[in-house]
Ligand binder design. Structure first.
Ligand SMILES: Cc1cc2nc3c(=O)[nH]c(=O)nc-3n(C[C@H](O)[C@H](O)[C@H](O)COP(=O)(O)O)c2cc1C
Length: 379
């Protein structure tokens, strides 16, 4: 793993190890992918301010996230189907995050269930919730997250309908993948991946299978999921979730100043400035372009987290400089997972940490708390 010197190296290795349908599922944005591209392009446009002779010998990337110590201002974002990128992928990613001293978020749409992950790791993790029409199921999921001692609930609020990803339709993307000749040939060329999946605990949506009779049948399950996303979702549901979950609540998917103000008043501990990694509203602005106004609007009422396009420690620095307290990252650690399992995720985190550390030194900054707009070069 030491020869993997940057996230792009992990990405290249990932392409060689995971079948195309799952690579595409990870990489795709919705529709014309304008927002997906904008997330990266707008981050790259922000230039950091080089400072010299500031005695940065004694510096640290350590911080706190929702009051808990963290080795760096980074969280592994919820990513659906992680266990199809690598057998037991959710457990492996969570272990790597915990060993590195940062939070891991398990998706509702994970392959390993809440209980599988709780049984496979040492410490509490975060759980991400999609609110579905069947509110009884949501109530039960929250109870399961409590029983597993999840330390925060991340409520995703930007997916009440699903943005179309053309590549998934073309690939016959489903769980397990549709049996198409192209998929079969592709999988046959990735034997290590196939073996890992066969040895893994599950090959379907672990949090949902078994909820209804017949739900272990994948076709029934996929149909149920497609019908269950709830377009009637409103701020009232956030209140309802708060009444069921007394722990830390995080609202993920805020991209508008007005929504951020409302979100900050719900009693949530944090908001995540996110456009779902460019997978939902195509044509929406990049997350980094909206971050400063949102951070100004909510002030110190809630912690502001950022995601969308983080591929380096320099990107983390850019987001912190523009008002975020910490960042979530999705694809960067999935590349690591596909490329090298738990060690690959650990390497992705280490790369980002080292880059952040060096960037702090070269901008004359000793602590994460010191990173603010002065770290950005005037253009
Ligand atoms: C393959 C994939 C699956 C995702 N699944 C979920 C999910 O189940 N729940 C969720 O809240 N966000 C999901 N997201 C969005 C991520 O949590 C995060 O917002 C996004 O990946 C950030 O952008 P980045 O990948 O550029 O870091 C997913 C993203 C990807 C790439």
């Amino acid at each position: 793993m030491k020869t993997m010197t940057c996230i792009e190296d992990l990405r290249q290795a990932y392409y060689g190890k995971v079948p195309r349908a799952f690579v595409d599922y990870c990489e795709a944005g919705s529709y014309a992918e304008e927002t997906l591209r904008a997330n990266r392009a707008d981050l790259e446009r922000i230039k950091l301010r080089q400072r010299i002779l500031h005695d940065v010998a004694d510096r640290s990337t350590k911080t706190t996230i929702l009051g808990e110590p963290a080795a760096l201002p980074l969280i592994l974002a919820p990513v659906g189907l992680t266990g199809m990128q690598r057998g037991d992928g959710e457990i492996l990613a969570c272990r790597a995050a915990q060993a590195a001293g940062i939070p891991y978020t398990l998706s509702t749409m994970s392959i390993c269930s809440i209980e599988d992950v709780a049984g496979g790791v040492d410490k509490p993790f975060w759980f991400q919730l999609y609110v579905m029409k069947d509110r009884g199921y949501i109530r039960a999921l929250i109870e399961r997250a409590k029983a597993a001692k999840c330390s925060a609930l991340v409520l995703t609020v930007d997916l009440q309908v699903i943005g179309q990803r053309h590549r998934d339709i073309k690939n016959g993307m489903s769980v397990p993948p549709e049996i198409r000749i192209r998929n079969l040939i592709d999988m046959a060329t990735k034997p290590a991946w196939a073996l890992g999946i066969l040895r893994g605990k599950r090959r379907t949506f672990g949090n949902i299978a078994g909820h209804y009779p017949g739900m272990n049948d994948v076709t029934v399950l996929s149909k149920w999921i497609a019908e269950q996303f709830d377009a009637s979702l409103s701020w009232k549901d956030v209140e309802w979730i708060k009444s069921l979950w007394s722990g830390k609540l995080i609202l993920k998917g805020i991209l508008d100043v007005e929504d951020a103000r409302i979100g900050a008043k719900t009693g949530a501990a944090a908001i995540v400035v996110s456009n779902h990694g460019g997978r939902q509203l195509d044509g929406a602005p990049s997350t980094i372009s909206m971050l400063p106004a949102i951070a100004d609007a909510v002030g110190a009422d809630v912690e502001v987290m950022f995601d969308g396009g983080i591929r380096s420690g320099q990107d983390v620095m850019r987001a912190l400089a523009l008002g975020a307290r910490c960042c979530m990252s999705g694809r960067a650690y999935i590349y690591g997972l596909g490329a090298g399992g738990q060690a690959g995720v650990a390497r992705a985190i280490e790369i980002i940490r080292n880059e952040l550390d060096t960037s702090m030194a070269l901008t004359g900054i000793r602590s994460v708390a010191e990173i603010d707009r002065r770290a950005v070069a005037a253009m």
